[in-house]
Design a protein. Sequence first.
Length: 90
Amino acid sequence: MPIEREKIPWRELPHLRIEEAVAISGFSRSTVTKALKDEDLRSREIAGIRVIPMTEFRCWLHDDESEPSESPALSAIAEAKAAGLMRKIG
């Protein structure tokens, strides 16, 4: 049975795809890929797909374990974009 990523809150995912990291962070794709290239944001490849471990993503955003509404790094717009992306890529 496949896991349906869109049903899992993004903060509970073990890793993010690059498109998900872009949508959730609110940064441009070029900003995220530059961070990956400069090794400011670490990633790994799993089955041919580049993914960013959630712990690495949180550190890159300087996010903590606070509730989403208390997190200054993420806006309501980013949350909405992330939810829309998760529905699309399912």
